[in-house]
Write a new protein. Structure first.
Length: 156
């Protein structure tokens, strides 16, 4: 069973204890890949999340730039395609962002993935404006199937 399949199975049975937001952690025993979701809302079809963190399995040995390009090409279920922005070999990090941010009433919305060499890929969605500096993290919603595919794509 893959990490994506394990996530779908876990989501089907998951009944969060306490109030939302909460965290769901899923691990694939075969590959030892894991995913952590910061869930704000959950229903039978979709999840609204603040972040998705995926730690690849044992077999991840790709160079950082290659892994980042691979993820940018594989992730297709988000509202905007991802583009590799920067690889910092010294820090062992790569940055991917929405290729073209969504614009709503002059505001910008975009995804960002911070990728660590042989470590986690962390996805967030941000809201910013041209008029002010800074940005604000916002929740994003994916169907359960799109979320499972995303987790699988980030696990490379």
């Amino acid at each position: 069973m893959t990490l994506a399949e394990t996530l779908l199975e876990k989501l089907a049975d998951w009944k969060p204890t306490g109030s939302l937001p909460c965290r769901l952690v899923v691990t694939d025993p075969a590959s030892r890949a894991s995913a952590e979701l910061a869930v704000e809302k959950l229903d039978s079809l979709a999840c609204a999340m603040r972040s998705v963190t995926v730690v690849p399995g044992d077999e991840t040995t790709a160079k950082l730039a290659d892994r980042a390009r691979n993820i940018a090409g594989r992730v297709t279920g988000l509202m905007e395609p991802l583009k590799l922005i920067e690889v910092d070999v010294t820090k062992g990090q790569a940055l991917l962002r929405s290729e073209k941010p969504a614009q709503k009433a002059g505001d910008l919305y975009y995804y960002e993935v911070l990728l660590e060499q042989a470590g986690p890929a962390v996805l967030h969605r941000y809201h910013g404006t041209h008029a002010a500096t800074g940005r604000q993290e916002v929740a994003f919603t994916l169907t359960r199937e799109a979320l499972a595919k995303l987790v699988g794509d980030l696990a490379v």
